[in-house]
Design a protein around this ligand. Structure first.
Ligand code: BGC
Length: 761
């Protein structure tokens, strides 16, 4: 564990510069507003170790695939989350010496993320080779009130000299992706224009032709400005502005930037739009923009905050996770999704994995308006045609959603993942169930959901094969959620979620027939569904093969799992861990060690179908072999452990989830944050410790509390009710902040939660 930040309930604070860990700090200090975001890079030049990264939602690059041996069916490209033009840069020259914390003597340094208000702040005192001292305070935010806007306040005080400080705000389109497969430049210039304290730069991505315009305006408070030069190059514009400064008197520099993109506006008006937005921002001024931004965060926290009493680390962890999720996805644009690294790094190319449905959806269901979770479903609905084409490409029926995508097409090409991790289709069906079960919005099934479900079911029906000797259906050659096994036969999770999808689809068909008859027959017609296809699905459900070991009483992760040498991770010497950094792939595949929840993922998803005893046996068998080398792993274990009464384990796994990045557990946070697994921290508290489930439209809670905590509380939006749940060691208090009286089940007893006493505005 490597911790470079302080523990604080609302902040993430780095109190000294860590040149050797700067990339890690940059990841941790990332901020965004759901539409764009960036790593915690400095505004001024830094010649030390850094990974400059700015990312804009939906703007990607189809990088040329790099594989040794091409296999039929591979996608043509590997999508890259694109490093976008640097819009926050301000070079600062103090008495002819360029400010650079790598070469200057840094006397004090603090970089902090203020999660309550959505701000990144820095303050430092540094001295150049001539002994000139400056004290600097910087505040920046990506506005959540105006999603196209970034604002920076950069205040410098000359401590021991009077003279000149030169500010050189710039927009730079000459940026590269560190992980480009062939070191190509992904951008080309379109338009640039600069004037005194203003400028606009438009760049276009090659191949995909996304255009992005950034317009800047600047202002100075506390010193006379003279413009010395204006750079106006194809991919780079700046102003060189000298400000006369007086010893001890601060000078404040403001940079406002508006970013527009061609997915939202016509290319012809892109630059004008950006200039219009930035002018408005400039006229409002920094304080006003800050107030709007902070107000919006306050409103968000009112519904989404989780408190933990008596455990500062756990408190910081959960707030950090909620904060970063909302920095990544706000749900107002159904074309966007939640990338595993959000706007904090390039690794993982592609924005959408099964992570969205399996982990993130319930978080947004609980903390935000249902329209947001619905947008996540609509995203997949809109990609149904591409998913059909994807199935066809593999010679299959129905729809196979991509493992990784930017626009509905598969954009990842490792055969064992792209072709074999087909369990992702199950998560998409499960998300439809989750959404309708939670919100009660069954109209969704008639309008959109059934089409998706029917095509998912068709896929499973064409992907299974019937083994006449055993009179069972098999699913061969797959990779389950545990990516440390490839090309296995009858992965229990995949078989189970496939059969469940068929069952659920048939259930939905029956519901539609009864409740939405006309629409139902229209859908049958449109999809060409007949009763013989339904009969085939029923046959598959009743004859699906599930590997099981009678002696241990557990579902087998796949055929032949028990042929392996079974041993717990605890018997491995530390030097072997993490396996993915110490063992050959071959050795990993042959071992019994499990990357992430697999059978247990199924027990979590289809929780109500299994007895506690069954869950216990499987948990006891698989957890000791699990190395949790996927960030998605600990939370599922925490939730199940809480349900099974394994308090210590539930707590250990919660901390591992919630502080995964803050404490750099997997030693890879420098590449970016693990955004999708952050939803797992919330799930660990709400589904895990509080035991929340929705059964037939009714909320159930079965809370426990970790010993180390004094209390915890969270809020959920549920069918027009805003509930606050507080759990202490003595009691569980459920209050209603908005809504009419609500019946729910607490510790297996039905209760009525009264409407709020004072009407909420
Ligand atoms: C996990 C996958 C996950 C992906 C992106 C991998 O390490 O094994 O389940 O979808 O990361 O988060």
């Amino acid at each position: 564990m490597k911790r470079i930040i302080e523990v604080d309930p609302w902040k993430v604070v780095e109190t000294s510069l860590h040149p050797e860990e700067n990339r890690l700090a940059e990841s941790l200090m990332s901020i965004g507003n759901g539409h764009m975001g960036m790593r915690g890079n400095f505004e001024e030049t830094y010649t030390g170790e850094t990974h400059e990264g700015t990312y804009i939602g939906g703007v990607y690059y189809p990088d040329k695939t790099r594989v040794g041996w091409w296999k039929n069916g591979y996608p043509e490209y590997f999508a890259k989350v694109l490093n976008a033009p640097n819009v926050t840069g301000i070079r600062v020259v103090v008495q002819n010496e360029e400010l650079d914390l790598n070469t200057w003597n840094v006397m004090e340094f603090k970089r902090e993320l203020d999660m309550r208000h959505g701000l990144l702040r820095r303050s430092f005192t540094a001295e150049n080779g001539n002994g000139e001292h400056v004290q600097v305070n910087v505040t920046r935010f990506f506005s959540i009130a105006h999603p196209e806007l970034v604002a920076i306040r950069y205040e410098v005080t000359p401590i021991n000299f009077s003279g000149t400080i030169s500010f050189q705000p710039f927009l730079n389109g000459d940026v590269r992706n560190e992980d480009a497969n062939y070191d190509e430049d992904f951008w080309e210039p379109v338009h640039h224009e600069v004037s005194e304290q203003a400028g606009v730069l438009t760049m276009k991505t090659r191949k995909t032709e996304f255009e992005v315009s950034a317009a800047m305006r600047t202002a100075v408070d506390g010193g006379d400005v003279s413009i010395q030069a204006m750079d106006d190059q194809e991919e780079y514009i700046d102003n060189v502005m000298d400000v006369a400064v007086t010893e001890g008197q601060p000078v404040t520099f403001y940079k406002y930037v508006a970013v527009t993109q061609s997915r939202d506006y016509d290319s012809a008006e892109l630059a004008d739009k950006a200039q219009g937005f930035v002018t408005e921002a400039f006229e409002k001024g920094f304080d006003h923009l800050l107030q709007e931004h902070q107000g919006a965060w306050e409103k968000r926290w009112k519904k989404a905050d989780v408190t933990v009493g008596g455990d500062a680390e756990a408190q910081q962890g959960i707030r950090y996770n909620i904060f970063q999720l909302y920095n990544t996805y706000t749900g107002d644009d159904p074309r966007l999704n939640i990338g595993p690294k959000g706007f904090t790094g390039e690794k993982y190319g592609g924005s959408t994995y099964w992570d969205t449905e399996a982990y993130c959806l319930p978080f947004y269901l609980g903390t935000a308006d249902p329209a947001i979770a619905r947008n996540l479903l609509i995203y997949r609905y809109n990609h149904l045609d591409q998913a059909r084409a994807n199935a066809r490409k593999l010679g299959l029926e129905g729809a196979l959603y991509p493992m990784v995508t930017m626009n509905g097409e598969e954009s990842h090409n490792e055969w064992e993942i792209t072709f074999e991790e087909i369990h992702r289709n199950g998560a998409i069906a499960h998300a439809i169930w989750n959404y309708t079960n939670y919100t009660g919005d069954t109209a969704y099934l008639a309008d959109y959901g059934f089409e998706v479900l029917a095509e998912l079911s068709r896929f499973w029906a064409s992907r299974v094969n019937y083994n006449s000797r055993k009179d069972r259906y098999m699913i061969l050659g797959v990779t389950g959620p545990n990516e440390y096994e490839n090309n296995v036969n009858n992965n229990w999770y995949t078989n189970r979620i496939a059969a469940w999808t068929l069952e659920y689809t048939l259930g939905v068909a029956l519901f539609l027939e009864r409740q939405h008859g006309a629409r139902y027959y229209e859908l049958l017609d449109q999809l060409g569904l007949s009763s013989s296809e339904f009969d085939q699905w029923k046959d598959i459900i009743s004859k699906m093969y599930y590997p099981y070991d009678e002696e241990a009483g557990v579902y087998l992760q796949q055929d032949g799992f028990l042929d392996k040498e079974i041993m717990p991770v605890a018997d491995l010497e530390d030097k072997h861990l993490p396996l993915n950094q110490n063992w050959s792939w071959d050795r990993i595949l042959r071992s019994c060690f499990i990357k992430q929840a697999d059978v247990l993922q199924g027990l979590y998803f289809l929780n109500h179908k299994f007895s506690k005893e069954e869950k216990k046996r499987n948990y006891n068998f698989y957890e000791p072999m699990t190395v949790h080398e996927s960030s998605l792993s600990p939370c599922v274990h925490s939730i199940l452990a809480a349900e099974l009464g394994y308090e210590e384990k539930a707590y250990e796994m919660y901390v591992r989830t919630a502080r995964l990045d803050l404490d750099n557990y997997n030693n890879d946070t420098e590449d970016g944050l693990h955004i999708t697994s952050m939803a797992g921290s919330w799930l660990s508290i709400v589904h895990g410790f509080a035991g929340m489930r929705v059964v037939d439209g009714t909320l159930h809670f079965n809370p426990m509390i970790p010993e180390a905590w004094k209390d915890y509380s969270f809020k959920i939006n549920f069918r027009g009710h805003l509930l606050k749940i507080t759990v202490t060691h003595d009691e569980t208090l459920i209050e209603q902040e908005e809504g009419t009286p609500l019946q729910l089940v607490l510790n297996e007893e039905t209760r009525t939660i009264e409407a709020p006493k004072v009407a909420t505005p």
